[in-house]
Ligand binder design. Structure first.
Ligand code: FAD
Length: 157
C-alpha cells in the first residue's frame, strides 16, 4: 500500500495536538505528538505512540515517565517548535509539578509513569499510568489534513 494514501487516510481523523515532555539528567526534552488516546478509566491509563527515529523514544525509556500537554488554540508556534518545524530557536520556560516539566498555557497536562511499552512497527506505543492531572481554561489547537485549526465560535458553546 502507498505511504501517501495511508497518511492521507490517517489525516482524515481530526485530533488535538499535544507536546510530550520528559526530563533526563536535568534536561527537558519535548516532542509534538497527536497519536494520543485515553485507554482505561480504572486504572487510569492513556497511550502515546513515538516513532523509532524520535529522540523522545530513548528519553522516555530513560526517565520512565512523561507529561502529555494538550495545547491551546494559540499554541501553534509551540507545536511547530517541538515538531522541529521552526527556524526559531527558543528558550522555553516550563512549569514544574512533582519535578515534571509542563508546557505553560496548555489546556491540560497529564502526568504519567510508564505502565508498559510495546514496539509496533516503526513506533513504540507507551501506555502511561496517570499520576496527576492539571486543567486550564481555553480551547484546543486542532490538527486535520496536515493543517492546524481551531473550533469555530458557537460550535463548542
Ligand atoms: P527533536 O527533533 O530533537 O526535537 C523536536 C524539536 O523540539 C526540536 O526543534 C528541538 O529543538 C525542540 N525541543 C526539544 N526540547 C526542547 C526544549 N527543552 N526547549 C526548546 N526546544 C526544545 N511523532 C511521533 O513520533 N508521534 C506522534 O504522535 C507525532 N505526532 C505529530 C503531530 C503533529 C501535529 C506534528 C507536526 C508532528 C508529529 N510527530 C509525531 C513528529 C514529531 O513531532 C517530530 O518528528 C519531532 O521532531 C521528533 O522529535 P524528537 O524527539 O526526534 O526530537
Amino acid at each position: 500500500m502507498d505511504d501517501r494514501l495511508f497518511r492521507s487516510a490517517m489525516g482524515k481523523f481530526a485530533t488535538g495536538v499535544t507536546v510530550l515532555t520528559t526530563k533526563v539528567d536535568g534536561i527537558v526534552h519535548g516532542m509534538t505528538a497527536n497519536a494520543f488516546m485515553s485507554v482505561s478509566l480504572n486504572p487510569k491509563l492513556v497511550m502515546v505512540s513515538v516513532g523509532e527515529k524520535a529522540r523522545m523514544l530513548e528519553k522516555i525509556q530513560q526517565s520512565q515517565n512523561f507529561v502529555i500537554n494538550i495545547l491551546a488554540e494559540e499554541q501553534e508556534a509551540i507545536s511547530r517548535l517541538f515538531a522541529g518545524q521552526s527556524d526559531e530557536r527558543r528558550e522555553i520556560e516550563f512549569d514544574w509539578v512533582n519535578d515534571r516539566p509542563l508546557i505553560k498555557g496548555a489546556i491540560a497536562s497529564i502526568l504519567c509513569d510508564v505502565h508498559s511499552a510495546q514496539v509496533a512497527g516503526d513506533h513504540t506505543v507507551f501506555i502511561g499510568e496517570v499520576k496527576e492531572l492539571l486543567l486550564n481554561e481555553g480551547k484546543p489547537l486542532l490538527f486535520y489534513g496536515g493543517k492546524y485549526g481551531s473550533f469555530q465560535e458557537g460550535i463548542l458553546d
